[in-house]
Design a protein around this ligand. Structure first.
Ligand SMILES: NC(=O)c1ccc[n+]([C@@H]2O[C@H](COP(=O)([O-])OP(=O)(O)OC[C@H]3O[C@@H](n4cnc5c(N)ncnc54)[C@H](O)[C@@H]3O)[C@@H](O)[C@H]2O)c1
Length: 339
């Protein structure tokens, strides 16, 4: 039997998941929901299902087995709780929330209801990072050096607003912070610095070109951030991220371990030392994370690689960075933030 799937938040990323699900042999798309009803209607026309403006209506009328939540960072909490309390499994895009109160609350409901969850940290299921984790598991890891550079500001209006998107550290660099935890285990404490190094006010006559923006009114987030992490294992880590406009997206890792240097470029791994090799991400690797969730719901195993709690812990690393800045630069313990 197919998994009866609903989509909540039918904007940019939802289209990738909808395209994956449209001809998926194990999926029946039953509903589309967006607070902007026309978006839900457009998705329903293109990909199937009935259109809704309210998630509760979709939950109660379609009674889906599972939903895919693709809402912005601020629009979480009630959507997950509403699904879980009805026994509806959910896949949620990263970051799982805008603050820890929201994330901890949903985690409690997930534990109470025992539903199946998965967070859209797609790098974890790609072949390169999986091989890197396997290689690092038997070695002492010393340094987990990550970077996330994006050449400008994404288009959605919530992006430059701290209370809506959480800035680059919460919204995008979370991929690297989550992957750091996947490669080297949990983070113990975080020290952060943030900066805004350029004026983002649109100059007179600025006409945005397609793609990322160079300027935006009301830009209120840092454009450059550095973190130092101490891992539970004793390893150290750094994250450098910036969204100052330049030529290219660039993200990845150098991981130094006893006898091995591992490089991740995007989701492709290379390693040199007492072993040598390389492994690309795999074809259509960005879809594996949703495919695995669908299989776990269909088979009833409930076993997923990135359950909700992983999203809570990775969000906590970003927010500990901001908290460190607020407190004047000292380390903030993750245990302070996760219930
Ligand atoms: N894993 C990835 O590679 C990846 C890529 C892109 C985006 N994302 C994540 O997906 C999320 C959404 O990003 P996006 O680029 O698609 O944003 P978007 O703004 O393009 O789309 C979000 C949609 O959600 C709708 N929405 C807002 N509140 C809602 C609510 N309460 N109920 C129903 N609909 C609601 C909006 O109207 C909008 O259509 C973000 O958290 C982002 O980080 C993940």
């Amino acid at each position: 039997m197919s998994v009866r799937l609903g989509f909540i938040g039918t904007g940019g990323i939802a289209r990738r998941h909808l395209t994956n699900c449209k001809d998926h042999p194990d999926v029946e798309i039953v509903g589309q929901c967006d607070v902007v009803l026309e978006r839900a209607q457009a998705a329903a026309t293109e990909f199937g299902g009935n259109a809704y403006q309210s998630a509760e209506d979709l939950y109660d009328k379609e009674k889906p087995d599972a939903v895919v939540l693709c809402t912005p960072p601020f629009a979480h909490g009630d959507l997950e709780e509403g699904a879980a309390r009805r026994g509806i499994h959910f896949f949620v895009e990263k970051p799982v929330a805008i603050d820890m109160a929201m994330a901890n609350r949903v985690q409690r409901v997930v534990e109470e209801t025992g539903i199946t969850t998965q967070v859209g940290y797609m790098f974890r299921l790609a072949e390169g990072p999986k091989k890197a984790r396997e290689l690092l598991a038997t070695r002492a890891v010393a340094m987990v050096q990550a970077h996330y550079y994006m050449p400008g500001l994404p288009g959605p209006s919530w992006w430059p607003k701290m209370a809506l998107g959480g800035g680059q550290l919460v919204e995008q660099a979370t991929h690297m912070l989550d992957l750091g935890r996947f490669l080297a285990g949990d983070v113990k404490s975080v020290t952060g610095r943030t900066a805004r190094v350029r004026d983002w006010t649109p100059p007179a006559g600025y006409e945005p070109a397609p793609g990322l923006l160079k300027y935006a009114d009301g830009f209120e987030i840092p454009d450059t951030t550095g973190l130092v992490m101490e891992y539970e294992s004793g390893a150290l880590g750094t994250l450098s991220c910036s969204m100052v406009p330049q030529a290219a997206w660039d993200n990845g890792f150098k991981v130094v371990a006893d006898g091995l240097l591992v490089t991740l470029e995007g989701a492709t791994a290379r390693w040199v030392g007492d072993e040598e090799g390389n492994l690309p991400a795999g074809a259509n690797w960005a879809n594996y994370v949703l495919d695995e969730f669908i299989a776990a719901v269909k088979d009833g195993t409930g076993k997923t690689s990135v359950p909700y709690i992983e999203g809570v812990k990775s969000l906590a690393v970003s927010l500990a960075g901001y908290e460190s800045v607020k407190r004047g630069g000292g380390p903030v313990e993750i245990a302070e933030l996760v219930d």
